[in-house]
Design a protein around this ligand. Sequence first.
Ligand code: SF4
Ligand code: SF4
Ligand code: SF4
Length: 263
Amino acid sequence: MSDTINQASRKGFLVDTARCIGCRSCQVACKQWNKLDADKTANQGTFENPRDLTAALYNRIKFVEKENAGAVTWQFFSERCMHCGDAGCMKVCPSPGALYRTKDGIVAYNKEKCISCKYCVSACPFGVPRYDGDEKVSKCNLCLSRVDGGMAPACAKACPTETLKFGNRKDLIAKATAAKKTLYGLDSLNGLGVVYALEGPPDSYGLPANPRIPTSIFLWKDIIKPLGILGFWGSIGAMLLHYVTIGPKKVDDDTGDKGENHE
Ligand code: SF4
Ligand code: SF4
Ligand code: SF4
């Protein structure tokens, strides 16, 4: 499947981390709109909860906690699918239509076409895809039905501080650049659909400085997989050629053997 993006009309998020107050309305709104079950969690000595994305948690607020002279400081970070312009999950998926690009540049999925191979997990530079109880891929789809209906995603609608701004990606970037924000995700992986204004280096939020799709994925997709397919059709072709030029194998009338030598 081709994966082209119209960068002029592409939609996306601008996440301004400086504005986030850690209220987690975005988490709740996402669960409500997408009818996702609550995850059972346990207190682990931090206000961060839950501690990871799950098949029923498409975005979560990561608490970056630091101690400074006996006082704790927090930075909040909205963790979610980045809707990469060059999406490792789509690149490696062997089932056409299971993961696909919408006209707005969103990386969406169709659970009915997911074959539970889990290749997308190893191909995602951000460790996003999760699998539900039916072993089908599950992640943020940017509230596709809302966006198609001209509405903002549920998380952006619920955010009281405008940390999550949704709209034309180019326009959001232009405004943030004019405001002299330090942006993450502008160009990497053909531009992320979720661009962050950060207040520190990417690694302090757990983000890779230069996100890349693992090269082993290209080895599998571009070399090993095509060779495997070539080998399969090559064997079929060789059998057909043998049948046409030499004819079918004959069964030995006396022994019932199929032409093998017996001493
Ligand atoms: S963040 Fe991961 S799951 Fe989301 S589009 Fe990129 S590669 Fe796919
Ligand atoms: S865009 Fe929709 S699906 Fe994605 S995190 Fe926000 S509310 Fe959830
Ligand atoms: S709703 Fe907005 S302010 Fe509240 S945690 Fe989510 S991103 Fe932060």
